[in-house]
Design a protein around this ligand. Structure first.
Ligand SMILES: Nc1ncnc2c1ncn2[C@@H]1O[C@H](COP(=O)(O)OP(=O)(O)OP(=O)(O)O)[C@@H](O)[C@H]1O
Length: 298
């Protein structure tokens, strides 16, 4: 069990990137969802013992890992957002080098690296220098290095950035499998990255935890507050001035809008079944003035 308790991070210069966040994580996948600048990377670096919190506690199985980071590090696989690999090394050489740095024996690491290359589908490319890899292939090397020591806790920061749709799906499924018996914490600003795999979603913005729940619990919040309407282009502009609009499609008949609001935004609005994108936008997007769109979702 990994626990973040009242964690705050204030950077030099005064930026409060994480503001008294508390999260407890057991086995399973927690999707940390928030816009750019929400504080996701800062929180993950703190959870991964890379950065010290300004205040608050991080406990792993009850042990204070701010004071004793090694208690977590030997069980941790971490994939930072800016994961960089040496361009002249092959995938196999790079992973062997990291395994040696982690103190793994050459024999056990050889077998493990073979397994991992298979898992991330890089066996065939493993003898080529990393400099010639695509963004997606490098991400897969990144996840392989995070899994080297068969970690109990896996922290991956925006792992799908730069992946094509097929790679995204493969990556999500792989992490979901790993989450069966491990703590997996994954950050993203893309709702579809986590809605099909995370049973537990934390929405963060401005350094604060806004909501946490299962997809069903989050969807429940938005029930009765999502509306579809078809309007003229001029009316669409007016609606966008006053409401949170989660989708807008121009069609031959007019503009089809999806609006988040407690009350119907217009007499012709039809209630719609919410999805997680609606919930997310309702939480993180400031309501345009006049502020009547967000109340119920906060
Ligand atoms: N080392 C630092 N020094 C000062 N400010 C920082 C530092 N790192 C991050 N910040 C600021 O803290 C806030 C949160 O940044 P953070 O990277 O944690 O957010 P994020 O949700 O991961 O966003 P992104 O997806 O853009 O990385 C931002 O305003 C960022 O500019």
């Amino acid at each position: 069990m990994l626990e973040l308790i009242d964690v705050t991070k204030v950077y030099r210069g005064g930026k409060r990137a994480v503001d008294t966040m508390t999260m407890r994580l057991g086995p399973g996948m927690l999707g940390l969802l928030g816009p750019n600048g929400a504080g996701k990377s800062s929180l993950m670096r703190i959870a991964a013992t890379i950065t010290r919190p300004t205040s608050g506690k991080v406990l792993f199985d009850g042990v204070d890992v701010v004071a004793r980071p090694d208690a977590l590090r030997r069980h941790l696989g971490y994939l930072p957002q800016d994961f960089g690999a040496h361009p002249n090394l092959t995938a196999r050489e790079f992973l062997s080098y990291l395994a040696a740095a982690k103190g793994m024996s050459a024999r056990s690491s050889k077998a493990r690296i073979g397994e991992l290359l298979e898992l991330v589908n890089l066996t065939e490319a493993a003898k080529r220098p990393l400099g010639g890899y695509s963004g997606g292939m490098l991400r897969r090397v990144g996840i392989a290095q995070a899994l080297l020591a068969d970690p109990r806790v896996i922290i991956v920061d925006e792992p799908t950035a730069g992946l094509d749709p097929q790679e995204r799906v493969r990556f999500r499924t792989m992490l979901a499998d790993l989450a069966a018996d491990r703590v997996v914490m994954l950050s993203t600003h893309i709702v579809s990255d986590i809605e099909s795999v995370a049973s537990d979603i934390a929405v963060v913005a401005g350094g604060r935890l806004l909501r946490r729940g299962t997809p069903d619990e989050l969807l429940h919040m938005a029930r009765g507050r999502v509306w579809d309407l078809l309007v003229s282009p001029a009316e669409a502009d007016a609606v966008r001035m006053g409401y949170v609009v989660s989708r807008m499609v121009r069609t031959a008949e007019g503009v089809r809008l999806r609006v988040i609001s407690d009350a119907p935004p217009s007499p012709g609005a039809v209630p719609a079944a919410p999805d997680l994108e609606d919930v997310y936008l309702g939480l993180v997007q400031p309501a345009p003035a006049p502020s009547r769109a967000m109340g119920g979702l906060r």
